[in-house]
Write a protein that binds this ligand. Sequence first.
Ligand SMILES: [Zn+2]
Length: 124
Amino acid sequence: MIIYGNCGEVFRRVHWNNRGKKSIVWRCVSRLENTGLFCDALTVQESTIEQVLVTAINNTLSGKDAFLSTLQTNIATVLSKENDQTLADIDIRLEELQTQLLKLASSKADYEDVAEETHRERQP
Ligand SMILES: [Zn+2]
């Protein structure tokens, strides 16, 4: 999820067709819908977002073994647990996890706490 700091709205993935040249771009919702907010956000190519994300993830993970192993465990848990659920259910769960990750992005210490809590809740 991408939130534009200036207007506070989310970016949305858009299939772009510019004079026959197709690409996937992300645009602020304020520029796609009438949200009543003035917005000066530029249109961003998805490939640019991918590059920025990879760099950010690499920076977060580099040299942080504990963070990486917790993340791997959580991903494995979600994949095995949600396997027989419907796509809609998985989407809801992924949204919860995304919200959680957003909050955690500012604090790696908190991430450890939630991981522990998740572990406790799995105990019979
Ligand atoms: Zn905006």
